[in-house]
Unconditional design. Structure first.
Lengths: 512, 566
């Protein structure tokens, strides 16, 4: 049996406990037996039929006289004719309007009741044109009274069970489709007979053996706690595997949480965060990194230029002079320089930051020694946007400044990143190339899921980068490509998805 | 990164042996190369080169030379180079640069080669070397353009001059009619591609021999006769033009060494310059122009963290094809003919590192103690995010570039404060966002299927114009939030703001937000905190919703977190 009896509604439980195998089960039998309302009864039938506990064995049409609210009131207060007759009997003769006012009846109702009663000789008009009692209350009024009383138990009468006299009595009191002023409403109704099925019997047996009565408390109310009523019974057990409803919580963005995790890792490793504006100039974006102004990576097709203002007003000194001299002839760095005339207008040209290293260069001018710094910063690249290239994207970059930091420290640092941030199983170093570092190292890692890939690039900043910016000490510079791991972490394979505007997609996204 | 395609047979011949792909993958890092693929049917190996400052490696011969040196420790000798002290015989071969080219394209130099009839592979390979040098190193022929000619048809000396572009005519390669130089720029495919480099000058560069026969119109196209090299040819003249002499000398050195490696005899050519150069008015090419570079042992030790001896350094450099001597505390390097990337002692250090073997350096953690710290802005933004999440908002993240239509037109604002890109790749990415609100509205416009209410926010950067800054712009850490559903209104927004400000411990007052077309008039407020206008919120104007195609009422707010924090 695959019905969890704990999931049955109390209406179902009580019904099953009440009925026996083989007996006819009808609305009437349940209403009279269990005191269900019609609606409750129909609900129980429909649920149990759907579960296969009940089966319909017959269905016949019948006419029902249903007691209306008006009918119930008349049952209590009396029919208008009864009331007028009783009033006049008690208080003596009264004019029609006086009767209507005293009994709170419509004048027309009083008029028609008087007409009926006077035609049967129960009332008459006296000389003062006031109504007074003239004889016995007529039989048909008594019959109407009897019908009202009979109906008050179940709230309805079955036409097939009425005698000819009763049918005659009810006719003036009933109307089809409910004018609420009539005491009875005539309804055509299906009478359905159900039988308990085999499943029903099994379910009933299971209910009994689980000792479920249907009388258990459904909800715990504050009132039950105040009165202590909860002590008088047990609580209906719930099916713990019932389907849950969907909640839409306030939530962090899964990618931003990942970036936050990386930031927390880096601060835990002793790094201090840096950040900066999106609009940079050629000086910081390239010149300060010792990329010659004619370098192919600085072409108009690789960097976004700002339309207005085209140029920054000035470049900070002494950095400008020192960097310019380094490009031209090496300045005091021991380099021979690039040997070209540094363009002082080009260097002020404003661009959108194209690499995170720009902020590392900025940081050099204010770095403490020793110092470790990082930033996860948005960069802009002149690329066609596709699954692996975004118009703007995050780069994770940083530097380590120290009196004696060297290549072996750089390798150690990369190993630490590989293990702590990427969970790498193996690490491999290969020589790399970046215009601003020498030597340069790429670190490739074997990731448990992604396999071998390039985690990042690094190197020791060239003296042509550090010395013009006021740093005599060696500086390790590194950058990590974390987007691949972020995509894996989020179960995505398209970089564009990281910045999707689709609310539903962001709501349901989660990290590993 | 330059990528090259290397014919197996030439590559293995140069290496002196066949190597498996696995062996190549292992050794390629010494040349900063990566195996990009191996077409075993076409017998072509694809290689990506990572060092953009080593054009000598962007050829079959260059990669093969680096690998062979590393394995054998034998440095190849090239005896056809002239120096300032010793001039190799040029046997009447000469190029004469005319003064007319000064300021247009100052130099043309060249050399000749002979002795091996080129087959298809060799010719394709030669053209690939030429292309890499001119495109990648020569910035799409702007600083280096190279022509290969049939030397046996040339009557020396070759003349390089700037000429009248309309009266000078010849039949260019790939066509069969005579065109003027200007017509070539307009009609020839190469003219359309490269003509712009010289077309603004009154006279164009022109190369011709002593018979007045055309060699080429540098940097655009060769002639159809002398400049049409074919399979089977074995006598060549190679000419290089451009404005920077050292780049030209290096290009010639690279190509001549490559051709020598492939079995050609290199024949020097004398060049008479149109002006004074650091090497004089007349030199013989190929010409060794590099100066020695030194590195102190101290620098080596300091950078590498390993106390290598002078001998170890010299041995390591030898594997890199670099001849060096160690004397006292100093390593002195004789820069190879085909390289010009030694700017500083650290460049020597890197070659020592690679030659010594990266695997021989033990990773060691830096021992300095430093304190990790988030930026104040990051810490503040985390606090704000916590409150917004608690208020039931979903954090979003957006691109910072977008279109004028989205960021400005749809918001019904003037856009005066927005920072535009001068060279957008497409109109979808032409402005840095001046506000987070359009991003939130874009979300709303694409998320009609998502269950309401939509409560979303982002903390991110926006950029606006700001005269008080040196850049004329200001990047702002900004909070934007947005809520939409059938019943949302100003009071909801005001309650969110109130709750946020309470937990941030910020006192604020409100002022009517006037003339802000993004909001319904009378239902928007500016937030004033410490006398500063820090943000705005209110009911979104239906005209904005309509522009975005949104059909649900909404409220939105944006706050300058930098102003709120500081």
């Amino acid at each position: 049996m695959d019905i969890d009896v704990k999931n049955l509604h109390p209406l179902e439980v009580k019904l099953l406990r009440f009925v026996e195998s083989g007996e006819d089960i009808t609305e009437e039998s349940i209403i009279s037996g269990l005191g269900y309302k019609v609606g409750q009864c129909n609900q129980a039938f429909s649920w149990l039929t759907a579960k296969g506990c009940l089966e319909e064995v017959s269905r016949t049409k019948k006419t029902i006289y249903e007691l209306t609210d008006t009918g119930r009131r008349m049952k209590e207060e009396g029919l208008p004719a009864e009331r007028i007759y009783a009033f006049l009997g008690e208080k003596g003769a009264h004019a029609m309007p006086e009767i209507a006012e005293a009994l709170g009846l419509e004048k027309s109702d009083v008029g028609s009741a008087f007409g009926l009663l006077s035609s049967k000789g129960a009332l008459r008009l006296n000389d003062e044109r006031k109504a007074e009692v003239a004889g016995e209350l007529p039989e048909d009024i008594k019959d109407q009274r009897a019908i009202l009383d009979k109906a008050s138990g179940a709230g309805f009468l079955d036409e097939s069970e009425l005698s000819a006299a009763e049918k005659k009595a009810i006719a003036p009191l009933a109307k089809k489709r409910g004018a609420s002023s009539s005491p009875f409403r005539i309804q055509e109704r299906d009478v359905v007979v159900f039988h308990l099925t085999e499943t029903g019997e099994e379910t009933k047996a299971a209910i009994i053996s689980a000792n479920i009565t249907g009388e258990e408390f459904s909800v715990l109310t504050p009132q039950m706690l105040q009165t202590g009523e909860w002590k008088n019974g047990t609580f209906r057990p719930y099916g713990i595997n019932a389907p849950t409803s969907r909640l839409i919580p306030g939530r962090r963005n899964a990618y931003s949480e990942y970036l936050q995790w990386v930031k927390d890792k880096l601060t835990a490793l002793g790094f201090e965060e840096f950040d900066g504006p999106l609009v940079e100039n050629e000086f910081w974006n390239g010149d300060a990194l010792f990329m010659p102004q004619f370098h192919s990576a600085r072409d108009i097709h690789d960097v976004y230029y700002v339309k207005d203002p085209v140029h920054a007003r000035s470049i900070e000194e002494p950095w400008l002079s020192q960097v310019a001299a380094t490009h031209e002839n090496g300045w005091k760095t021991g380099s021979r320089g690039w040997g070209y005339a540094f363009d002082h207008e080009f260097t002020r040209r404003q661009v959108l930051r194209s690499q995170g290293t720009v902020l590392s260069a900025h940081q050099l001018t204010k770095a403490h020694i020793p110092g470790k710094y990082f930033g996860i910063v948005r960069c802009f690249r002149y690329d066609q946007v596709d699954a692996t290239h975004g118009a703007d994207f995050y780069q994770t970059e940083g530097i380590v400044v120290g009196k004696d930091v060297n290549l072996k420290n750089l390798l150690g640092l990369l190993k630490m990143f590989a293990e702590e941030i990427a969970g790498a199983e193996e690490v491999k170093y290969v020589p790399g190339y970046f215009p601003f570092t020498e030597p340069s190292i790429e670190v490739h890692i074997k990731h448990p899921v992604l396999g071998w890939f390039e985690l990042g690039g690094s190197g020791i900043f060239r003296p042509e980068v550090t010395e013009p910016l006021g740093i005599k000490e060696p500086v390790l510079a590194w950058g990590l490509g974390i987007d691949r791991m972020a995509l894996m972490h989020l179960g995505l394979n398209d970089l564009r998805e990281l910045f999707t505007p689709d609310i539903e997609s962001v709501r349901t996204r989660r990290g590993n | 990164m330059p990528k090259i395609e290397v014919p197996e047979n030439i590559f293995y011949e140069l290496l002196g042996k066949k190597m498996s792909d696995d062996e190549l993958v292992d050794i390629f890092p010494v040349a900063k190369a990566e195996l990009d693929g191996h077409d075993t049917e076409g017998h072509v190996i694809k290689i990506e080169l990572n060092d953009t400052n080593r054009p000598d490696l962007w050829s079959t011969a260059g990669v093969a030379r680096a690998l062979k040196c590393y394995q054998s420790g034998n440095i190849p000798r090239y005896d056809f180079f002239s120096t300032a002290d010793e001039e190799k015989p040029s046997d009447g071969r000469m190029v004469i640069d005319d003064e007319s080219v000064i300021g247009i394209r100052d130099y043309s130099i060249g050399f000749a080669a002979r002795g091996r009839a080129v087959d298809n592979d060799l010719l394709v390979n030669l053209i690939q070397s030429q292309e890499k040098l001119c495109t990648n190193f020569g910035r799409k022929r702007k600083t280096i353009a190279m022509g290969i000619y049939r030397s046996d048809l040339i009557k020396y000396p070759v003349h390089y001059a700037a000429v009248d572009p309309d009266s000078t005519k010849f039949v260019p390669l790939g066509m069969d009619e005579e065109l003027s130089l200007r017509e070539i720029c307009e009609k020839h495919p190469k003219g359309k591609e490269y003509g712009h480099i010289v077309s603004s000058f009154p006279r164009f560069p022109y190369l011709y021999d002593d018979n007045n026969d055309t060699l080429s119109f540098p940097p655009v196209i060769n002639s159809a006769r002398i400049g049409a090299v074919e399979i089977g040819d074995s006598d060549f003249f190679i000419e290089v033009s451009g404005p920077i002499l050292d780049d030209l000398l290096l290009a010639v050195s690279i190509l001549s060494c490559d051709m020598a490696d492939m079995g050609f005899e290199i024949l020097p050519v004398k060049v008479r310059f149109a002006k004074d150069t650091p090497y004089g008015r007349e030199i013989t090419v190929p010409y060794y122009f590099q100066k020695p570079m030194t590195a102190s042992l101290d620098l080596v030790h300091h950078k590498l963290g390993e106390d290598l001896s002078g001998e170890e350094c010299v041995a390591a450099l030898r594997k890199m094809g670099v001849e060096a001597v160690s004397s006292g505390d100093t390593i002195t390097v004789r820069v190879p003919e085909y390289r010009n990337d030694f700017l500083h002692g650290v460049d020597v250090v890197e070659d020592i590192m690679i030659g010594h073997g990266l695997g021989n350096f033990e990773p060691v953690m830096p021992s300095d103690f430093t304190i990790g710290r988030l930026s104040p802005e990051e810490e503040f933004s985390r606090k704000v995010k916590g409150i917004l999440v608690g208020l039931g908002f979903q954090e979003m993240m957006y691109n910072y570039l977008g279109s004028k239509r989205e960021y400005i037109d749809n918001m019904h604002i003037s856009g005066d404060e927005a920072v535009f890109i001068a060279n957008p790749m497409s109109e979808n990415y032409e402005v840095i966002r001046p506000s987070i609100l359009p991003c939130l509205l874009e979300s709303e416009s694409v998320s009609g299927h998502a269950v309401y209410p939509h409560n979303i926010f982002e903390i991110g950067k926006i950029t606006v114009k700001d005269d008080s800054d040196n850049s004329g712009t200001r990047t702002i850490n900004s909070l934007g939030f947005f809520s939409s559903n059938a019943a949302v209104g100003y009071n909801d927004a005001a309650s969110y703001i109130n709750t946020l400000m309470y937990f941030l411990r910020k006192e604020y007052t409100l002022a009517e937000a006037e003339n802000d077309p993004r909001f319904i008039p009378g239902r928007a407020a500016r937030i004033i905190c410490n006398g500063k206008d820090v943000g705005v919120f209110g009911e979104t104007h239906p005209q904005v919703l309509e522009s975005w195609g949104c059909s649900m009422p909404s409220i939105m707010a944006e706050i300058d977190l930098d102003k709120l924090l500081h």
